[in-house]
Design a protein. Structure first.
Lengths: 231, 231
DNA sequence: ATAATAGTGTCTTTCAGACATTATGAT
DNA sequence: ATCATAATGTCTGAAAGACACTATTAT
C-alpha cells in the first residue's frame, strides 16, 4: 500500500474510457497491453491517473483520448464510477468509466503511446480475452449501456464517418442491438428525427445509389419518441 | 493543500447523496449545516469521505445514509461523478453523487449526526438557499435526472409510504414533472405496468374510498414502454 | 340530494412493425 | 432483362391523451 494511502481522505483515482468502434460492422473496443505492474502484460483500458493540471474530469478524459487515439473531437459521455477496496492491489481505489464512440477510419494513433489494439467486444465480455483490474466488467457495463441507449437515442451515429448511408447506420444499430430493424421503419424513424442532412452525394454500387447523409449540427444527443422493439 | 496531495496518484474523494422526499406534495432535499471549514455554516449534502473499511462505493453510501437518516432500506442509485481542481479549496477533488428517494414518515433520524433539515428543492435550484462546494449544481443535476427518469420509470414510487393511493402517487409525479397527468391515463398506465398490488384496504374520506396499493416485490426499477407527455 | 373522487369505455393521435408496390442504377 | 437496393404507401398494433358516463362513499 502506497504511503499516501495512509491518509484517510484520499484514494487512488483514475479515468477509464471504453472506446467503441465498428470493424466490419462488428463492435470492438480499444485496449492497450499493460507494461507495468499490477497486471503487467494484461489488456487494459486506455485510461489512467488524471493529470492535475486539468481543470476538471471531462477535460482529463479528453486529454487521455487525445494521447491514445490522436483524435480531438471524440464523442464521449460519463458512464459510471467504480470504487472498491479490492479493485487495485495497491489499495482503496476509484475509477470513473466513460463511453467513447469513434470512427476507426478517422483515427490517427499518436506514436507516443503504446500501440493500442481493437478487441471484439464479444470476446471481452465472454471472457475469451481477459483484462486487468475490473476492466472486463466495466466493458460489459459499457456495452449494456450502449445497447440500452441505442434503443432510444442516436448514439450509434457517432460511430459513422463524415458521410454515410442509412444502410450503414442501420447495420450499426443492428450490430449493437443484436436484432434486425426493418429498413422502412428505420428510414421513417430517421427522417422524422430530422437530425441528418442529405448531402446530395450518392454511394454507387451494383444497385440503386443510396443517398449519403451527414449529421446536422445539433448539440448533444437526440432522443427518439419511442424505443426500437426487438423482433 | 494537504500533504498527500503532492502525490500525483491520489485525490480527495467523497460520496454525496441527494436525498429527495415529499413534504405536502412538494419535493425537498436533505441538507446539513456544515460545522467545519471549508464552507462552515453553509448547507451541505449529507455525504463525506468514504470509510475505507467498506468494500465498495455503494456500501459506503449505504452507511452514509444509515448515519444521516437512520434508514437501512433506502432506494438509491449512482448519478454522476464530479472532479475538478477548484471544487474544494484543499485541492483536486472528486465526488460521486447519488440520488436517494425516501418517505419522510418512515424516517427516524439518528441522534448521532448533526440535525439535518429538509430544504425545498426549488429554493436550492433558484439559488435562494446557497450551498457549499458545487452542491447547488449537483442538486440541480439530480433533480433534472429525477424529472427525466420519472417520465418513463417508476422512480417516484420510492417516495411513497408502505401503502398509498393512485392519487398520491400521481401527485408525486405531477410535482416532479411540473405538468398534470390525467387520472384515467395514469391509472391505465399503472395497471398495465403490473408493479403494484391492491392491498384490499381503502382510504376513506368525504368521497368514494380509494384502494390502497403497495409495491410488488420486483428487483430494481420498472421502465414503462413510453414516456409521459407534457400537456 | 350533493359533492368528491374512483372506475369504465370510447375515440383520437403518434409512431413502430409488416408488407406490397414502384423506382433506379449497375451489370 | 435481371438483380439489388431505395422510396413510397397502406395496414396493424401498442400505448398515451381527452372526455363522457357510471359507481360509491361521506355529508
Amino acid at each position: 500500500m502506497v504511503d499516501a494511502m495512509k491518509n484517510i481522505d484520499v484514494v487512488l483515482f483514475s479515468v477509464d474510457p471504453v472506446i467503441f468502434t465498428l470493424i466490419n460492422d462488428r463492435i470492438h473496443i480499444l485496449a492497450v497491453k499493460r507494461a507495468s505492474e499490477p497486471f503487467s502484460g494484461h489488456w487494459g483500458l486506455p485510461g489512467g491517473r488524471v493529470d492535475k493540471s486539468c481543470s476538471n474530469l471531462d477535460e482529463a478524459l479528453g486529454i487521455k483520448l487525445l494521447e491514445k487515439t490522436g483524435l480531438q473531437d471524440v464523442y464521449f459521455e460519463q458512464m459510471q464510477t467504480y470504487g472498491a477496496m479490492d479493485m487495485d492491489p495497491r489499495g482503496w481505489s476509484v475509477t470513473t468509466a466513460y463511453i467513447a464512440l469513434v470512427n476507426k477510419e478517422s483515427l490517427q494513433f499518436s506514436t507516443a503511446s503504446a500501440a493500442p489494439e481493437w478487441l471484439p467486444v464479444d470476446d471481452v465480455i465472454s471472457g475469451k480475452i481477459s483484462m486487468a483490474f475490473w476492466h472486463q466488467s466495466i466493458v460489459n457495463d459499457a456495452f449494456v449501456r450502449l445497447k440500452n441507449k441505442s434503443l432510444y437515442t442516436d448514439l450509434p451515429v457517432n460511430l459513422m464517418p463524415e458521410k454515410f448511408t442509412y444502410a450503414k447506420l442501420r447495420a450499426a444499430y443492428e450490430s449493437i442491438l443484436g436484432f434486425s430493424v426493418t429498413r422502412q421503419s428505420f428510414s421513417k424513424r430517421m427522417d422524422d428525427a430530422n437530425i441528418l442532412i442529405d448531402t446530395g452525394d450518392k454511394q454507387f454500387g451494383s444497385n440503386r445509389p443510396a443517398p449519403l447523409y451527414k449529421r446536422k449540427d445539433y448539440g448533444g444527443s437526440y432522443y427518439f419518441p419511442r424505443e426500437l422493439q426487438p423482433k
